[in-house]
Design a protein around this ligand. Structure first.
Ligand SMILES: *[C@@H]1O[C@H](CO)[C@@H](O)[C@H](O)[C@H]1NC(C)=O
Ligand SMILES: *[C@@H]1O[C@H](CO)[C@@H](O)[C@H](O)[C@H]1NC(C)=O
Ligand SMILES: *[C@@H]1O[C@H](CO)[C@@H](O)[C@H](O)[C@H]1NC(C)=O
Length: 318
């Protein structure tokens, strides 16, 4: 796990807490050398599947009464509403009573996130600066981070303008004590007005203030799709997955079911490693279930219906 810009974040706090007993135990060590060894040991022994980021998109429109708290191993609980601007999303997360509920199903350290955008809305300079202006309220409402769901984006006039607007937003949110993530449709926004989607994503992937990016590896929400965004995959430059090679930002795809991340016969981890030498850092689960570990490979019978009921009677499609 790369700790690049985490001052004030819960991750650092968790790490400091985890290391505290060791640091105390070696407080009397005269050389300092033994403390260093101990720290390395703690980090190594803690390095397991648990270090992966495991997020859960909680559909806020279900309301607190029906929002499932998500899997026990989730490290990020997300209030997902789908409105354009930060203020409306914040109001909705509050009025639906979802904020205390996200992460409540987790038995590991879990950070709380609020989305801005999605559901056909467009991320532009106004949306980005609006989120910055609301940073203090987002913090005090109980969130640790903000996620821009940017499936349609609009630049002032060039890709560079939009990347600079994102950089300004991530830097300001970060200095306001919030973590920042971006999620998009497959490999890149499917709509990019006044911009080229691949250029914008390349900008995101090089942003030192962005904690992670989550390509959504699905269209209808229940089957895994590893194709890049078709709208920009033939543009020049193309938004094919190779633009994700050498990213400094952690890549945490969104998948319908947890097992699709690394257990299905065709899974995200193997695909990205074998095809692009990209190491994924975790996943975000879309399906509204506590346990989505079952594996219907090779193919379920009867096959899942896009409009079917799943788990605790939640509609799949939206
Ligand atoms: C971000 O912070 C800088 C420096 O404090 C400030 O000049 C700028 O207006 C801020 N941007 C937004 C979108 O609020
Ligand atoms: C794959 O990436 C790793 C680290 O990112 C690097 O050490 C290794 O050489 C790469 N492998 C290939 C075949 O490029
Ligand atoms: C998290 O839990 C799910 C079951 O709910 C399981 O399928 C998945 O493998 C777990 N992920 C990790 C990284 O432990």
């Amino acid at each position: 796990m790369v700790f690049k810009r985490t001052a004030g974040s819960n991750m650092v706090k968790a790490l400091i807490l985890a290391l505290l007993p060791v640091a105390l135990a070696f407080a009397s060590c005269p050389s300092g050398e033994c403390e260093e060894t101990a720290v390395v040991q703690v980090r190594k022994s803690g390095r397991s599947k648990r270090d992966l980021m495991i997020g859960y998109w909680a559909w806020a429109w279900e309301g607190a009464a029906n929002t499932i708290p998500g899997p026990a191993n989730q490290t990020m609980g997300i209030c997902f509403s789908g409105y354009t601007d930060a203020q409306t999303n914040l109001n909705f997360c509050i009025s639906e009573g979802v904020i205390p509920y996200i992460c409540s199903g987790s038995d590991v350290t879990c950070t709380k996130w609020m989305t801005v955008g999605g559901a056909g809305t467009t991320t532009d300079r106004t949306v980005l600066s609006g989120a910055v202006g609301l940073a203090a309220s987002i913090r005090s409402a109980g969130f640790d981070g903000v996620i821009f769901d940017s499936e349609y984006v609009e630049a002032q006039s060039t890709s560079t303008d939009l990347v600079e607007d994102f950089y300004e937003a991530t830097a300001n949110l970060s200095s306001a004590g919030l973590m920042v993530g971006i999620t998009t449709s497959h490999s890149a926004p499917l709509g990019c007005t006044n911009c080229n989607a691949a250029e914008v994503v390349k900008g995101w992937l090089a942003d030192p203030n962005l904690d992670w990016i989550s390509p959504q590896l699905y269209s209808n929400g229940y089957s895994l799709e590893l194709v890049p965004t078709s709208d920009c995959s033939t543009e020049s430059p193309a938004c094919t997955w190779d633009i994700y090679e050498n990213a400094i930002v952690q890549i945490v795809p969104s998948v319908p079911y947890a097992y699709m991340y690394d257990q299905a016969s065709t899974n995200a981890v193997d695909y990205f490693k074998d095809t692009y030498n990209i190491t994924l850092q975790g996943y975000i689960q879309w399906i509204q279930e506590v346990d989505s570990s079952f594996n219907p490979d090779p193919s379920p019978s009867p096959s899942p219906s896009p409009k079917g009921y799943y788990g605790r009677k939640k509609w799949f499609g939206r």
